[in-house]
Design a protein around this ligand. Structure first.
Ligand SMILES: [Zn+2]
Length: 213
């Protein structure tokens, strides 16, 4: 899943108002931020296959450190304790839910490639129905964006968030319809990290500019 993870961040913002939106978005994608780093260093493995999934066209052949259920839950627990110490229970809870949610949303979309620990792999495979998958992500993200825009009436907040929304939809369309390419692991890793930075950056400025008023 891609946009759906951000949708969770948006929905969490509604419940946990004091936690910055950009952080909720980053942590909802935490394991997809760990993954490209590990791929670049050759720790986790991918294989390029145009038919693998309608999105990145990669087969996730080995990624238990970033994407196994056990590790995801471990990251969520670590994030909980870290933010409990740094901030408070609200931050700890919101950000650890964001982290844990990632695996369960991936479970819906991925073909059975998600490790529980190492070998047993699961995935409900929404990717096998590209149009249905595409619509699910766009609709989920759209509804969550509506909630975020509705929760803050500040004009510059709304302009920043709406711009971020449009950009992500355009990016998603591009990724969906672009021809399959075979990047190097370095290119894949850096591009993924860049993509991961876009919406949190917009959210950061949305709340920064919005709060000044
Ligand atoms: Zn993921």
């Amino acid at each position: 899943m891609f946009l759906g993870h951000y949708a969770v961040g948006f929905l969490l913002k509604r419940k946990f108002q004091e936690v910055p939106l950009w952080l909720l978005l980053v942590f909802s994608q935490l394991i997809d931020i760990i993954w490209p780093v590990l791929v670049m260093f050759g720790v986790e493995k991918v294989a390029y296959n145009a038919a693998a999934n309608p999105f990145l066209r990669v087969e996730y052949t080995f990624y238990p450190i970033s994407h196994s259920l056990i590790m995801t839950l471990l990251y969520a627990v670590l994030v909980f304790f870290l933010f409990h110490k740094l901030k408070n229970k609200t931050w700890a809870l919101a950000l650890s839910i964001a982290v844990a949610s990632h695996w369960f949303l991936d479970l819906i979309t991925h073909v059975p490639d998600l490790p529980i620990l190492l070998t047993s792999k699961v995935g409900l495979g929404l990717w096998q129905y590209p149009k249905g998958w595409f619509r699910t992500e766009v609709i989920f993200f759209g509804i969550a964006t509506y909630f975020v825009l509705d929760s803050n009436k500040d004009k510059s907040f709304r302009i920043w968030m709406f711009s971020g929304y449009i950009l992500m939809i355009m990016l998603f369309l591009f990724m969906f319809f672009a021809p399959a390419i075979t990047p190097t692991n370095l290119q894949l890793g850096l591009t993924t990290l860049l993509v991961m930075a876009i919406l949190p950056t917009f959210a950061y400025f949305a709340e920064k500019k919005g709060r000044k008023k």
